[in-house]
Design a protein around this ligand. Structure first.
Ligand SMILES: [Zn+2]
Length: 97
């Protein structure tokens, strides 16, 4: 792939991002939690919402199977600080996508 081809790919990605912005959701992150002991898996997404005042992030979601602690403010994506399986009380492994 030459450099011009690469630039046009980046340009196409930017166009896609712009059209998503018009729908109100700028960005989202999917968190997947897995308990290493009982194997329960749960997913939740955090969305960034755009407005004319700027973008704000939703609060971190609650999980049914996991006790979670989020760290966030309005301008930064919520960070998963801690996740424990409600049943086993062991730390969950977290995956961000
Ligand atoms: Zn468990």
């Amino acid at each position: 792939m030459n450099i011009w081809c690469w630039i046009s790919v980046v340009y196409a990605i930017n166009l896609t991002t712009t059209s998503v912005q018009n729908m109100g959701i700028i960005d989202s992150t999917k968190h997947t939690l897995t308990c290493p002991k009982c194997g329960v898996v749960e997913q939740a997404s955090v969305h960034q919402k755009g407005s004319r005042f700027g973008a704000t992030w939703q609060q971190g979601p609650e999980f049914h199977n996991f006790e979670v602690v989020w760290v966030h403010d309005d301008f930064e994506e919520p960070q998963l600080k801690q996740a424990k399986c409600r049943q086993c009380g062991v730390d969950a492994s977290a995956l961000m996508a």
